[in-house]
Design a binder for this molecule. Structure first.
Ligand SMILES: Cc1cc2nc3c(=O)[nH]c(=O)nc-3n(C[C@H](O)[C@H](O)[C@H](O)COP(=O)(O)OP(=O)(O)OC[C@H]3O[C@@H](n4cnc5c(N)ncnc54)[C@H](O)[C@@H]3O)c2cc1C
Ligand SMILES: Cc1cc2nc3c(=O)[nH]c(=O)nc-3n(C[C@H](O)[C@H](O)[C@H](O)COP(=O)(O)O)c2cc1C
Length: 567
């Protein structure tokens, strides 16, 4: 019992407190007397029975997790609405109470394309999310210099807008399952505790983001054995087959390797020239010491700077610069720095060069201690000039017998099935990489499953990559069927999806009999067209509605029988 004076203070306090404050007090008192059976202050705490899970994804990991978490929430009688950030009605955000955001980082520390609108929306201030309780699961990859950047930014931004964290943000590396599940379990626990989202101060205790265990990717220094241009003279493409030997290298068919390119010496020299910095001066960049030359040559990205960096450049140099992506050298030429000291300030804010991934085209059984890749030289127009992508250009110039560093990037969602299963492979252009790996492996291991390849390019005469190997595999029966589509050999454009349509009945028959369907290569438009064609085939051949065809393909995806390695 309280004495009279304390009773008055207590009743005044209760009368003047909001529901949230009362619940906070209840919790506070409970914590003061942990060992005793403290009676609760009688404030009803409605259990959370509805949450929203939004995901922003590029390659499907965040979506898969979101769907999985929704069904786990359902088992706990919590209804979870799952929605992609591209589909989310932005005006609903102010009404959200419990929001879980699953978001990956792509490009150079940027949101996935499908999440860009959502990301931009929350970064425009001018509105508040006062009823929001949230938690962010940030997917990323520690090989990238801006690890989980978008997740970090979303987490901070929700807080700035008035949201209260249910649980701290969790960053996840490539092997994300364990950390993601631990995060979701913590969120579920918090949602079932009466403390949830009630008091800002209370909930914000201990919100330092949790970082995942690093995947600890091993870097190999390999010897470049071979570098061959697979396109014949007259082709509009340059596609390089590169073989790298590396002792002890371990990978599985379907994996990629990651390579960090170097900046071209000509551009590095030009930057040194216009800025007047001493190339041998030692500078500290992200806790590592470099000479200025090495920093520019090997470490920092000097091309197509992000808008954020261009903005910082403008602020430091006090120039009025339109905020669009630009190369560092162009910025320096048009909007010069005051002196070498100012340039150093800018450089230290820049991002490291991101690794580029290349699907492995060799087989661990057939090509022991080697990785092979197929790299097409990326070409684009800039100010009326033809320019080349940094890494593909760099790889097109590496020397046979030189050294090349790389790491292996596993891809658990693109795996050869059991040796007796039939597979259909669609891989035009560099998409052939994964299937050269699959076929070499199946050949070397004597797998009994049937193999059907759809391949294509612009012209048969110039662009039939690995023609002799493919013909050999066909002659020896490793390849059961091959369909080729060369788009520019006739008046009408002909692509792999047209060849698929011509073989609709047989494809559907293979699928009904348990075949696995793989697609590798360009994401858009190739993999989109292939998927639409596959749906059409299922719909027409199976006498299904478009909804039923979609379900059929989703079911295949769930069974791991429809897999994509697209970029
Ligand atoms: C899982 C995976 C597997 C892959 N497998 C393969 C493979 O087997 N073979 C293969 O060839 N590729 C593969 N890729 C693609 C590869 O990783 C690279 O993206 C590709 O080689 C282009 O990189 P780059 O450095 O040459 O071009 P970047 O320099 O990164 O340029 C890419 C694009 O950015 C734009 N850009 C760049 N600089 C500028 C600028 N200054 N101004 C305006 N626009 C600009 C252009 O549109 C350009 O085309 C794969 C990708 C992934 C994710
Ligand atoms: C081209 C490319 C660029 C990437 N850039 C980054 C990055 O800058 N930072 C990061 O942490 N992860 C980066 N990643 C890794 C992805 O975030 C990671 O693979 C994640 O699991 C993808 O999730 P999603 O499938 O939901 O998009 C990149 C991946 C690719 C393929």
């Amino acid at each position: 019992m309280l004495g009279e004076a304390n009773h008055k203070i207590f009743s005044d306090l209760i009368k003047g407190s909001s529901k949230e404050e009362l619940i906070w007090m209840n919790e506070y008192i409970t914590k003061l007397l942990p060992a005793q059976n403290t009676p609760s202050i009688a404030v009803a705490n409605s259990a959370v029975n509805k949450i929203t899970i939004v995901y922003g994804t590029e390659t499907g990991n965040s979506k898969r997790l979101a769907t999985d978490f929704a069904s786990k929430a359902k088992q706990k009688s919590i209804h979870a609405k799952v929605i992609g950030m591209d589909q989310y009605r932005l005006s609903d955000l102010t009404k959200e109470e419990y929001l879980l955001a699953l978001i990956s980082t792509h490009g150079e520390g940027e949101p996935p394309i499908a999440a860009k609108k959502f990301y931009d929306h929350i970064h425009q201030n001018g509105f508040k999310l006062n009823s929001l309780k949230y938690s962010v699961l940030a997917l990323g990859d520690t090989s990238y210099p801006l690890y989980c950047k978008t997740g970090e930014e979303m987490d901070e931004q929700f807080e700035k807008l008035g949201g209260v964290r249910i649980a701290p943000m969790q960053k996840c590396d490539v092997e994300y399952e364990e950390d993601a599940n631990a995060w979701f379990n913590e969120v579920m626990e918090k949602l079932s505790s009466p403390k949830i989202g009630v008091s800002q101060n209370d909930v914000l205790v201990n919100v330092a983001p949790i970082t995942s265990k690093k995947s600890g990717k091993q870097t190999y220094t390999g010897d470049v054995l071979t570098k061959i241009n697979l396109n014949d003279r007259g082709s509009s493409k340059e596609t390089w087959h590169i073989e790298i030997a590396a002792e002890g290298v371990e990978y599985l068919c379907g994996d990629s390797i990651g390579i960090v390119p170097e900046n071209p010496s000509k551009i590095v020299d030009a930057i040194l020239n216009v800025t007047g910095v001493d190339p041998s001066k030692i500078v500290n960049f992200k806790n590592e010491a470099f000479t200025f030359y090495d920093l520019l040559k090997h470490k920092i990205n000097i091309f197509y700077l992000t808008e954020r960096l261009v903005k910082q450049y403008a602020e430091i140099t006090q120039h009025e610069i339109p905020i669009v992506r630009m190369n560092l050298l162009d910025l320096l030429k048009i909007y010069p720095v005051k002196d070498a000291v100012q340039f150093e300030e800018i450089v230290l804010k820049m991002n490291a060069i991101s690794p580029r991934l290349y699907t492995i085209a060799s087989s661990p059984t057939a090509h022991e201690e080697e990785v092979h890749i197929v790299v097409v030289k990326d070409t684009f127009e800039l100010n009326g000039e033809t320019e080349f992508g940094l890494c593909s250009d760099y790889l097109s110039k590496i020397l046979e017998e030189g050294k090349q560093k790389f790491f292996v990037q596993p891809n658990k969602r693109f795996r050869l099935p059991a040796p007796d299963k039939n597979i259909i492979m669609v891989g035009p252009g560099t998409g052939i990489a994964a299937f050269r790996s699959f076929l070499a492996e199946r050949d070397a291991t004597g797998a009994t499953g049937k193999n059907w390849l759809f391949f294509g390019g612009q012209k048969f005469a110039n662009d039939f990559l690995y023609q002799t190997e493919i013909q050999n595999w066909y002659e020896t029966g490793v390849l059961t069927k091959v369909n080729l589509a060369f788009s520019r050999d006739q008046k009408e454009k002909l692509y792999v999806q047209h060849k698929m349509l011509q073989n609709s009945a047989e494809i559907y028959d293979w699928l009904l009999n348990g075949a696995y369907f793989f697609v590798c290569g360009t994401k858009d438009p190739m993999s989109v067209d292939v998927e639409n064609t596959l749906l059409k085939i299922i719909e027409q051949q199976g006498n299904k509605t478009s909804e039923e065809a979609k379900k059929f393909l989703e079911q295949m995806e769930e069974e791991g029988r429809y897999e994509k390695d697209v970029y």
